[in-house]
Design a protein around this ligand. Sequence first.
Ligand code: NAD
Length: 268
Amino acid sequence: MASKITFIGAGNMAGAIIGGLTQSGAAPESITATAPNQDELTAIGERLGIHTTTDNAAAVADADVVVLAVKPQIMREVCQKLADSVQKARPLIISIAAGLDATTIDEWLGGGNALVRCMPNTPSLVGQGASGLYANARVSDAQRQIATRLMQAVGIVEWVEDEALLEAVTAVSGSAPAYFFLMFEAMEDAGVTLGLPAETARRLAIQTALGAATMASQSEHDPATLKQNVMSPGGTTERAIAHMEDANLRQTIAEAMQACAERARQMA
Ligand code: NAD
């Protein structure tokens, strides 16, 4: 990626994305990260070989892309202080903050910006993220490609053309790692009830999820077919799945995801 990229914020998400970018061949010297804390900057600068500075406005002045990677509660203050530099430099803005809509961030930055709003998830921290992206009308095709490549450094990218669909993305992937963690907890507990040591049950459950996810992502078959393929009539898997269907697990998942999307709507 030839563009000059500035990350406002040098925490978990910024570190993960920058790490992914440099591993996939981006020049570290084209990347700058900012934070108020010099110790934090020294650490990330030494680890990733990038430029760092405590001066947000200076870091934006010659950037082609600015990634807003601070916590949502300080975004307003950070953006308002950056507005003059952004208005002069006119970089592509990419916000990864949860719950802040594109128009609000654009207004805080003085208006008229090409802005991409991104909903990532925590597996981005291990390079296995799933991000939903939305671009406002000022974003060019070339800028979309830049945003795609940036977030692909930490996982897969899916674009939505209606910003409201980021609420659905929040339900399907943003909040969803926790659904699987709950499943792991429940499977570990049930494994213990069946007599296994907790650690053994946990390792088996997690590895099985990894294996199932890998199979599903590589297979030409849909999940329903993959499920059917492991269910022999009268067998053990069929018995377990029948129990889940009888208990209306699908409905529980649907209602949980509706509640999640509704909460995302309230917070936006
Ligand atoms: P974090 O706390 O690890 O990082 C925040 C960074 O902002 C720190 O480096 C901090 O020093 C810096 N910062 C604080 N004040 C600043 C200022 N005035 N100027 C510049 N930098 C400043 O947070 P994170 O987990 O990396 O989250 C960053 C954003 O990503 C949040 O908006 C969050 O909603 C979003 N997000 C994170 C995840 C995740 O998996 N962690 C998932 C989805 C969305």
